[in-house]
Design a protein around this ligand. Sequence first.
Ligand SMILES: [Cu+2]
Length: 486
Amino acid sequence: MTLRLITSCTAAVFLVAACSPPAPTAPVATSDKYDVTKMDLKPVPAKVTSERHTGAFAEGASLTMDANLKPLDPSPVKTIRLDTTHKIIEIAPGVKFSAWTFGDHVPGPTVRARVGDKIRFSMTNRSDEPVPGVRLTSAPMMHSMDFHAAMVSPQDKYRSIAPGQTIEFEFTLNYPGVFMYHCGTPMILEHIASGMYGALVVEPREGYPTKVDREYVVIQSEFYAKPDPGKQKVDGAPLYVLDAERLRNSQPTHTVFNGSHNGMVRNPLAAKAGERVRLFVLNVGPSKTSSFHVVGTIFDRVWMDGNPDNQMRGMQTVLLGSSNAAIVEFMIPEDGSYIMVDHHFANASQGAIGLVSTAAKPPAAELEHHNMPATSTPSDPDAIAGKQAFESKCLACHSVGQGKKLGPDLAGVSKRRSEAWLAKWLKSPEEMLKTDADAKAMLKEYNNLPMPNQSLGDAEIKQYIKYFQWIDAQPAGTAKPAAAAH
Ligand SMILES: [Cu+2]
């Protein structure tokens, strides 16, 4: 370029006998809204004290605890507190998992702010406070906070603090986006997989360029759960703990939206026909990507990482790596239940399914081909008891007539297995997997994922078998368990 300019200038000298120096080719863009010279890049040092917060674990007018994202709080300084706790959460009906949290929630509360706002953050490590009802979940430990929305020294702001300590720091939001926050204490993988993450939504300084009727947050994440080797129980149900081996091998047991297996199927997000919906979608991972899709509509706008400068139009699916996010906007064309899924269907079948619905309670029949059960009830008391127990303990991994989940579709199970085989299996799957050829073959088919022993008594086992027999006596496809209500 420079060479060409000089050449043509030299040529011009012969003709005109005068030549001014070439104009600078890249003028400084003074109007660039990402001009770093105008950003606040000098946050004050973090402060660590041994003063302990008490009372609420999460505080701040800019925080939202569920999918219904609150409107922007106009204050230019957002004071937020997110204390870390260890607690039991229910990641699927009956699956009580020993989690680590920000603000006592998984995912942690969503923070909403605007470019130019200051976040004034404080956090007490309260992992040493006892969890009601459980002797021991996991020992108190160091935790930290890493905000992807901040531009700060990680060694200063993101340092780990001990149980009982409090860290405070502040930073200014320089870029719009939907940003992840998470614990950054080693092993980071374990801290994220145990529940320590959330979203910080930063609106552009001038707001979003479109108007919408509904705004919701959808956070996808994986869980890697196994029954507690010490066989602890919570309210009579087995306690689940982090499965470190599955975690290392990226083999989640649950992949969910907003912390709960099929949670937004049980409680759909509301919208009306003709409305425009904006979803703030964050894929936490820690190790899987998400192919986020909504059945029945097309994303009119996709803003990658939540920044309207990164716009795509007319997208069917948006691919999100670990900690990537997007704002997606779409119309609800007509009455119906629009199904949010991770279109990596192996992930969807682990619970990454939700609904945006024009009906408060969508009629179950409409959803059949999407793994959503309808109801029908046996009359035999054992079979009834079996059905109820099945709905609360087994649906996380099994369907009846809706295909494989983590475990096999149990439609027809009483025909393909003898009563004695089922009784032995339910009593001790681990024993059967050692001795029985059919069980071994099944295990292979299910990626060597053994069914956890459900600690069932003989009476219960009889009830399950009675229920399976009742199902298989019904016309195909009519007997389905109801999703457990809770
Ligand atoms: Cu942590």
